[in-house]
Design a protein. Structure first.
Lengths: 903, 430
C-alpha cells in the first residue's frame, strides 16, 4: 500500500491507483465527471482538482487533477485548500453556463451525478448572465432519448461507446463550446450496448426511452435485485417497480459478472412483464372448448383432480424457469417422469456442457476473468449476438497487449490517453472461428470462416497441436493445419488462455473440441479457462438438475395421460407435428406467464410469475447460482410456479412438498436432493435475515404516494404486502446502509451520492468487488484432482451437397430471445428473417440479394429474404431471425426462389 | 550583420528552384551532415543553443536527444514540422515556407537524419496554399535529385517527406494535437506521459519542431555552433525573425540578432509609429503573450529578458497597441479567437473562454458591470497552467491578465460611462 496525507490525515491507496480512486476508496467525497472506473482517466473535466505539495515546507503547492495523479508514497494533498475548492466550484459554474436548469422535468433528476457534484462543490448562484447555446436533439431509436442541451461535454459517452464497446456511430462533432455528442445523422444507435449511455452519462443527455413512457423518480420506485433472463450469462440487474408495473431495468453492479454494463436486450427487453398477453388468472378449458378464468381454489382443485385421475404423468421443465420451479415440478411428477424442456439436439449439447463443467476439471471464467484473459479463441460462437456482455468482456481482454506496452512505458493503466498513445492499435490475440462474420472480427487477430464441422475439426487439431495425447484430426487441409498450429502456439504462449464456445452453432463436436483444447492446455500446465455459452437464463441449472439424460421429445414418444409443462413454449423446441401427435391424447397443464401456442392448447393454464412477480434462483453459464427477488406484489393470482405446483401437490395429497412454505424451504430441499446444488443456500441470506432487527426496505426512504396511489379505489392505507420469501420489507421501512449484504441491495444510494455513481460507496476497492463479496455462488469451481478424458469424436470435414445447403442459425441479439422479443422497443430493432448465402452459391441458383427464397424447415415452408454474405462458407446457408425454428437447425435444406407474386 | 535564414530570399518574391538553391550553396549542409553521426549533429545543435522559435523556446538539441537511441529503441521514428502558423499576429514561418522552400526541405532532411526518422511530415496551415504548393514542388525536386527518398546521396539513409495540409484549427499547432491530427483523429492535445519523443505519432518516437527553428539547422551544421552563437546578442544562439504589426509606419518582418532591443525593432526597423499615434504597449510574441508597457520597451527581445519583464518572446512577432486603440476591444478580439479555437476538451477552456469573450463584449458595448472585472480576474487564474489540460487557455489569459493590470482604468471607464471611450475615434479591431 502507498501512504499519503490528505489535508493532514493519513490515507493509503494501492500503488497502481490514481489519487481520485484512492480518495473515493478512503470515503472522501471528491467530485468528478470524466473519470470512470472502467474507462480510466483523461483529465478532461478538471472537476477533481486538488492541491499537491512538494514537501512539508511547501505551503503554496500546485493544482493537480486527482484522476491524473498517481498516488506516491509520502505525498501531501489537500482537498480543502480554498483555491482547489473554489476552482472545483468554478468548474461546476462553467458547466452550468449552458446546462438548462430543467431538473424538474428532466428524467435524470434525483439520480443525476451533475446534481450531486453541484451540491458537493457548493456552487449555488451563477454570475453568468448571457445567453445559453442550444442544440438540436436527434432521434436515436427506440431505446435512447437525446437531449443535447444538458450536455456537459465530459466525453464519457463517446469513450464508452467507441473506445470501450467498439461502436462506430456515436461521436463528438464540432469544437469549442459547440461540441456535439451524437450520430452523424438521426438514426438508431447501432451498438447493442447503447443502453449503458443512460448510466455512463452523468446527466440527462441520454435517458431511457422505454422508461420515459412510464416514468417515475428513483425515490418513487421499489427496487429488487434481479438477474437478467435475456441469455445465459446471468448479468445482475435491478428491476424498478411502481404501481404494479416494471418501470425499468438498470445495471446492478457485480464486480465478477457484469461490472457496470448490460446489453440492450437485457436492459430494454422487460416489456413482456407489463404486456397485455400476460396470463393473470387461472384458465380452465370448459365444455365449449374455450378457456375461461377460474378462481385460485378452483384451479387448484381442478389440477388436483387431474393429478388424481391416474395414468402416466410427465413434467416438462424449462430452461427459463427458476431452479425452484423446475425442482417443484420434478418433485411433483417424480424424477423419473421429469423431462428437460430442451429440444433433442439442444438437450444433447447441454448435457455435454453439463458433463464437461460438472467434471470440475476446467476453470469456468467469470466475465471479469474473461476481461483478463490474454489470448482468446472463440470457437463457433457469435458472441455479440448470442451473449453480448461476454463479447464486451472479450473486447476488454484484447486490450491486454496495450496495457503491457503501457507498463513498459511506465504509464499507469488508468491513464487512458497515455495508454492509447503508447499502444495505438495493439491487441492481444483473439481468434474467431465462426460460419459468418461477427462484430468481434474487427479486433480479431484472425477471423476464420468455416462450416461448423470444419470449425470443430480446427478445434480438435488445435488441441492435438498442444498436446499430442489429444486425438489427432485425419486429413486436415493444409490451410486449417497451419491455422491450428498458429492458434496452438498463441495459446501456449499465453499466460491466461481462454477458450469460448457454446450451443449457438448447433455443433456438438465443436463443444467437444473446445473442451479438448482446454484439457490439452491444462495438460501443459496452462492456467486455462473454458467458457461454454448456453442460450437461456437457467439452461445450465436445468441441465445440471436432470443430468441432461432426458429430453422431452423422448418423453412424448410414449403416450402420457397428463402432461405438465412449466414455462415452456413447446413449438420452439420441436416440430408442431411431433407436439400434435404427443399431446392429442394427453391432458395438458401449462404454467406460464404469457400466452403462447402451448398455453392455448392447455386444459388448465396457471398464471406463473415472471422474474418480476417472484423470487428464484438461476444458474448462469459460469455455474454461478444467483438469486433474483420479487419487485411486483399484486393482488391477482400470478404466483411463482413452484407455489402453484406445491399447492397442487398438497391438494392431491402428495406429501413430497409438505414442508415448503418459503423459497428457503424449497432451496434447502433442492440442496438436499441434488448434491451439485448443495451450496445453493449460500446464494443469498435466508428469509429471516435482519439487520438490527430490521428487514431491508425495497422502497427508498423518500418513496411518495403510497397512500395516494390507490386512492381511486380506497382512501385508507392498504396493508402492505409481505414478501414471504425474502428479508425485504415491501415498503420504505427497514434498515438500509452499509451492512446490507450485496445480494440484497435493492438500489445503490449513499449520502451525497444519489446517482448510479454511488456504487463506489459499496465497493471494497473502486471498480472491484462489492463489499461483502460479489453476489452469487459458483457451483462448479474447478478442482485440481478432477479429470476429464479427451473427446474422440472428430467429425468428418464438411462436404457440400449438390443442390442442398446446411442451414445454420445466425444468432440475432434482438428477437432470438423469446420473452424480450415481446417488448415493443425490442421488436422495433428486430430485422426480418433472412437467409444468407455465399455469393457463388447465390449465383448457382441465380438469386440476387433481397430476393425472396423458399425452403422447407421443420416440415414448414419458410419464406426468407436472401442476403449475400461472401465470407460464408460454400454449401452453408445462414438463417437469421428465425429463432423459433432454432431447434430444426442445423439441417440440410433445399432452397428455391419464391414464385413471383408470393407474398 | 548575417541573415542566414533570409539571405536567399529573392527581391521579386520568386523562390529559388533547386538549381538556384544549389548554386547558392544549398544542400551542402546536407552533404556534410551525412558524413557526421546523428549524435554529432545533435551535439552541434545542442552546443549552438538553438531554442524553439514556435513559442515554447524549448532547447532543440535537448528535444532531439530525448528520442530513444540504441538497439532497443523502436526503429520507426517521425519528424513533424509544425508549419501550422495560426498564432494571431504571427507570419514569420509563412515567409520561410513561401520564399525558401528548399531551405525548409534541407532542414527537414538533416533534422530527420539526426533523429534517424524515416518519415517526415510538414504540417502546414491549410490557408498557406502558396506554401503548400511550393513545398510540394520542392519535395519533388529534392527527391528527383536524390536529396530525399531512398538512399539519400548514396548514404544508405532514406527519408520520405509528406506535405500535409491541416484541417484548419489553431489547436493543431499544439504539438501533441498536431500528431493526433496527423493520425486522422480529432485534434485534442495528448496527456503526458508519454512524451512525444518516446511515444508520439502512432506511438512511435517523434519530434515536432517549428519551421523557423529547423531552418537554422543547415546553417549550424555548415558553419558551426560557435558561429551560430556569435549571431546572437543573447546567451542563446542565432538570429530571430522579428515581425511587427499595428499602426507602425512599416509593418513587416526582419531577421535580426536574437536579443535585438524592442525599441530598436519598433523605431528603426518598423519606422516608428504612424504620425499622431503613440505606442502604449505591445504583445511581443503573438496573442498568447503578455503586454509589455512603454516603460519596458528597451527590453532585449530574447528568451530570458522578455520573461523578466513579465512576458514571453513567443513567436517574436510583435503587435503594437497604440493610444487611439481601445485595449478592451483588442482583448475582445483576441479572446474571441481563443474561445473559437478551443478544442472543447477541457472545461475551463471550453466554457470559460466564451464567457470571458462575452464579458469583454459586454464591457465594450457599455453593458459591463463592476463585478465583471472580478470574474475576468478569476478566469485569469483558473484558466492558467495546471488548471487546464493544455496551454491554449493559459496563453489566452496572458494578454487578459496583463491587460487587466495595465488598463484597469480603461476597463473601469467603460463600465462607469456605459460605453467605449474610443467609440468615436478609430474604433476597436473587432
Amino acid at each position: 500500500m502507498t501512504n499519503f496525507l490528505v489535508d493532514g490525515k493519513p490515507c493509503s491507496g494501492k500503488p497502481d491507483e490514481n489519487l481520485l480512486q484512492a480518495c473515493l476508496a478512503a470515503g472522501l467525497d471528491l467530485p468528478y465527471f470524466c473519470w470512470h472506473p472502467s474507462l480510466g482517466s483523461v483529465g478532461a473535466c478538471r472537476q477533481c482538482a486538488v492541491k499537491q505539495y512538494a514537501n512539508e515546507d511547501d505551503k503554496t503547492g500546485h493544482m493537480v487533477m486527482a484522476c491524473m495523479t498517481p498516488v506516491t508514497e509520502g505525498a501531501r494533498y489537500s482537498l480543502e485548500d480554498p483555491q482547489a475548492a473554489a476552482f472545483r466550484a468554478s468548474v461546476i459554474e462553467w458547466l452550468m453556463i449552458n446546462h438548462p436548469h430543467d431538473c424538474p422535468v428532466c428524467e435524470e433528476g434525483g439520480e443525476c451525478h451533475l446534481q450531486d457534484m453541484t451540491m458537493m462543490t457548493g456552487h449555488a448562484y451563477r454570475s453568468y448572465r448571457f445567453t445559453k447555446r442550444t442544440h438540436r436533439n436527434q432521434n436515436l431509436g427506440p431505446f435512447i432519448k437525446h437531449e443535447m442541451n444538458r450536455c456537459i461535454a465530459c466525453y464519457r459517452c463517446t469513450r464508452f461507446y467507441r473506445d470501450y464497446a467498439g461502436g462506430r456511430d456515436l461521436d463528438v462533432f464540432a469544437a469549442h463550446d459547440h461540441v456535439y455528442f451524437g450520430r452523424h445523422e438521426d438514426g438508431t444507435l447501432e451498438s447493442e450496448f447503447s443502453g449503458n449511455l443512460v448510466e455512463i452519462c452523468p446527466t440527462g443527455v441520454f435517458t431511457d426511452k422505454t422508461f420515459s413512457a412510464r416514468y417515475a423518480r428513483k425515490w418513487d420506485m421499489r427496487g429488487a435485485p434481479s438477474v437478467c433472463t435475456g441469455c445465459g450469462l446471468g448479468c445482475n440487474t435491478t428491476v424498478n417497480e411502481r404501481a404494479g408495473e416494471v418501470r425499468r431495468i438498470v445495471n446492478r453492479y457485480n464486480g465478477s459478472v457484469n461490472g457496470y454494463f448490460l446489453c440492450d436486450r437485457g436492459r430494454f427487453g422487460y416489456g413482456f412483464v407489463n404486456a397485455p398477453e400476460r396470463i393473470r388468472m387461472p384458465l380452465v378449458r370448459g365444455a365449449d372448448g374455450k378457456q375461461t378464468a377460474v378462481s385460485h381454489e378452483d384451479a387448484i382443485s381442478h389440477f388436483a383432480a387431474m393429478l388424481g385421475a391416474g395414468g402416466r404423468i410427465i413434467g416438462i421443465g424449462s430452461p427459463r424457469a427458476s431452479l425452484e420451479s423446475n425442482f417443484a415440478l420434478r418433485t411433483l411428477v417424480g424424477a423419473e417422469n421429469f423431462y428437460l424442456g430442451f429440444s433433442a439436439h439442444e438437450g444433447r449439447m447441454l448435457s455435454l456442457i453439463a458433463n464437461i463443467l460438472s467434471s470440475r476439471a476446467l476453470h469456468i471464467p467469470s466475465l471479469r476473468d474473461v476481461e483478463h484473459a490474454d489470448t482468446v479463441l472463440v470457437l463457433g460462437s457469435d458472441l455479440p449476438n448470442a451473449a453480448p456482455r461476454a463479447a464486451l468482456a472479450v473486447r476488454q481482454a484484447v486490450r491486454g497487449a496495450a496495457f503491457e506496452l503501457a507498463t513498459k512505458a511506465n504509464i499507469p493503466h488508468w491513464q487512458d490517453g497515455g495508454v492509447r498513445t503508447v499502444a495505438g492499435e495493439a491487441l492481444s490475440p483473439l481468434f474467431v472461428a465462426t460460419p459468418a462474420t461477427t462484430r468481434l472480427d474487427d479486433i480479431a487477430h484472425t477471423a476464420l470462416r468455416a462450416a461448423p464441422a470444419d470449425i470443430a475439426r480446427l478445434g480438435f487439431a488445435v488441441a492435438a497441436c498442444i498436446d499430442p495425447a489429444a486425438p489427432a484430426v485425419a486429413g486436415l487441409s493444409a490451410d486449417l493445419a497451419a491455422q491450428a498450429r498458429m492458434i496452438a502456439d498463441a495459446l501456449l504462449a499465453a499466460e491466461r488462455p481462454l477458450i469460448i464456445s457454446g450451443v449457438e452453432a448447433g455443433e456438438i463436436s465443436m463443444i467437444q473440441a473446445a473442451a479438448n483444447i482446454a484439457l490439452a492446455l491444462r495438460a501443459r500446465q496452462k492456467s486455462v479457462a473454458l467458457m461454454l455459452n448456453v442460450p437461456e437464463c437457467n439452461s445450465l441449472g436445468l441441465a445440471l438438475m436432470t443430468n441432461g439424460q432426458t429430453n422431452f421429445e423422448a418423453a412424448l414418444a410414449t403416450p402420457a395421460a397428463l402432461v405438465i409443462v412449466l414455462e415452456n413454449e413447446l413449438s420452439r423446441r420441436t416440430g408442431n407435428m411431433a407436439i400434435d401427435a404427443a399431446l392429442s391424447a394427453a391432458r395438458l397443464v401449462v404454467l406460464d406467464h404469457s400466452e403462447s401456442p402451448t398455453t392455448q392448447r392447455a386444459e388448465l393454464v396457471l398464471p406463473a410469475a415472471s422474474f418480476a412477480e417472484s423470487g428464484g434462483t438461476l444458474v448462469s453459464s459460469e455455474g454461478r447460482a444467483q438469486r433474483f427477488y420479487q419487485p411486483i406484489f399484486t393482488e391477482n393470482d400470478i404466483g411463482a410456479a413452484w407455489r402453484w405446483l406445491s399447492d397442487a401437490c398438497r391438494a392431491a395429497e402428495n406429501n413430497e412438498c409438505e414442508g415448503w412454505s418459503t423459497e428457503d424451504d424449497i432451496v434447502a430441499a433442492l440442496a438436499d436432493a441434488l448434491p451439485c446444488f448443495s451450496a445453493l443456500p449460500d446464494t443469498a441470506p435466508s428469509e429471516d435475515f435482519r439487520v438490527a432487527g430490521c428487514k431491508i426496505p425495497s422502497e427508498p426512504h423518500r418513496f411518495s404516494g403510497r397512500t395516494a396511489m390507490h386512492a381511486g379505489r380506497n382512501v385508507r392505507e392498504p396493508k402492505p404486502p409481505v414478501s414471504a420469501d425474502s428479508p425485504f420489507s415491501t415498503t420504505m421501512e427497514g434498515y438500509y446502509g452499509g451492512e446490507v449484504p450485496p445480494a440484497l441491495l435493492p438500489f445503490f444510494w449513499a449520502p451525497s451520492w444519489n446517482s448510479v455513481q454511488s456504487v463506489n460507496k459499496f465497493q471494497t476497492e473502486i471498480g472491484g468487488a462489492l463489499a461483502g463479496g460479489d453476489p452469487g455462488v459458483r457451483l462448479l469451481e474447478a478442482r485440481t484432482e478432477a479429470a476429464l478424458a479427451y473427446y474422440t469424436g472428430v467429425p468428418e470435414s464438411f462436404a457440400p451437397r449438390p443442390d442442398m445447403w446446411l442451414a445454420v442459425m445466425l444468432p440475432r441479439v434482438f428477437g432470438d430471445e423469446e420473452q424480450s422479443a415481446r417488448a415493443a422497443p425490442i421488436r422495433e430493432r428486430m430485422t426480418p428473417p433472412l437467409l444468407a448465402l455465399n455469393d457463388k452459391d447465390a449465383a448457382m441458383i441465380d438469386a440476387t440479394a433481397g430476393q425472396l427464397l423458399e425452403c422447407e424447415m421443420d416440415g414448414e415452408l419458410q419464406s426468407l429474404v436472401l442476403e449475400i454474405q461472401p465470407k460464408l462458407p460454400r454449401g452453408v446457408a445462414g438463417v437469421a431471425g428465425l429463432a423459433a425454428k432454432a431447434h430444426a437447425m442445423p439441417a440440410w435444406i433445399r432452397i428455391t426462389k419464391a414464385e413471383p407474386g408470393t407474398p | 550583420m548575417e541573415k542566414p535564414l533570409t539571405a536567399l530570399i529573392q527581391p521579386d518574391g520568386t523562390p529559388l528552384d533547386i538549381t538556384g538553391y544549389e548554386r547558392a550553396g544549398g544542400y551542402q549542409a546536407l552533404r556534410k551532415a551525412l558524413t557526421m553521426t546523428p549524435e554529432a549533429i545533435i551535439g552541434e545543435v545542442t552546443r549552438s543553443k538553438l531554442r524553439g522559435r514556435g513559442g515554447g523556446g524549448f532547447a532543440t538539441g535537448r528535444k532531439w536527444d530525448a528520442v530513444p537511441r540504441g538497439a532497443d529503441a523502436p526503429r520507426q521514428r517521425y519528424l513533424a514540422v509544425n508549419a501550422d502558423e495560426m498564432e494571431p499576429g504571427s507570419f514569420k514561418d509563412r515567409l520561410l515556407l513561401e520564399q525558401t522552400p528548399h531551405q525548409m526541405i534541407e532542414s527537414v532532411i538533416i533534422s530527420a537524419f539526426a533523429i534517424q526518422a524515416s518519415i517526415a511530415y510538414i504540417f502546414v496551415r491549410a490557408e498557406y496554399v502558396l506554401s503548400i504548393n511550393r513545398l510540394v514542388r520542392a519535395v519533388a525536386e529534392a527527391e528527383a535529385k536524390g536529396y530525399a527518398g531512398a538512399n539519400i546521396l548514396g548514404s544508405g539513409y532514406a527519408l520520405t517527406i509528406h506535405v500535409h495540409a491541416s484541417g484548419g484549427r489553431y489547436i493543431c499547432g499544439e504539438s501533441s494535437a498536431l500528431l493526433t491530427a496527423l493520425e486522422g483523429r480529432r485534434p485534442i492535445p495528448r496527456a503526458r506521459p508519454p512524451r512525444s519523443a518516446s511515444s508520439g505519432l502512432w506511438g512511435k518516437p517523434s519530434v515536432v519542431n517549428n519551421v523557423e527553428t529547423l531552418c537554422n539547422v543547415p546553417h549550424i551544421i555548415e558553419r558551426g555552433a560557435d558561429w551560430f552563437l556569435g549571431l546572437s546578442h543573447s546567451t542563446d544562439g542565432g538570429t530571430k525573425l522579428y515581425g511587427m504589426s499595428g499602426r507602425v509606419k512599416r509593418p513587416g518582418l526582419w531577421e535580426l540578432p536574437l536579443g535585438t532591443p524592442l525599441n530598436e525593432i519598433l523605431e528603426e526597423h518598423a519606422g516608428g509609429m504612424q504620425d499622431g499615434y503613440e505606442c502604449r504597449a505591445v504583445l511581443p510574441g503573438g496573442a498568447s503573450s503578455a503586454f509589455i508597457m512603454a516603460a519596458d520597451f528597451n527590453v532585449a527581445m530574447d528568451f530570458t529578458s522578455v520573461q523578466k519583464v513579465g512576458s514571453a518572446l513567443g513567436t517574436g512577432n510583435i503587435m503594437a497597441l497604440d493610444d487611439r486603440r481601445c485595449p478592451v476591444g483588442m482583448l475582445r478580439n483576441l479572446e474571441h479567437f481563443f474561445a473559437q479555437e478551443s478544442c472543447g476538451f477541457c472545461t475551463p477552456c471550453r466554457d470559460g473562454l466564451p464567457w470571458v469573450e462575452r464579458i469583454l463584449a459586454a464591457i465594450e458595448d457599455g453593458e459591463g458591470r463592476p463585478e465583471d472585472l472580478d470574474t475576468l480576474a478569476r478566469h485569469t487564474i483558473f484558466l492558467g497552467s495546471d488548471f487546464t489540460f493544455c496551454d491554449l487557455a493559459p496563453g489566452a489569459m496572458q494578454p487578459l491578465a496583463s491587460g487587466l493590470k495595465h488598463f484597469r482604468a480603461e476597463f473601469e471607464q467603460h463600465i462607469s460611462e456605459k460605453c467605449c471611450p474610443w467609440h468615436d475615434s478609430a474604433g476597436g479591431w473587432a
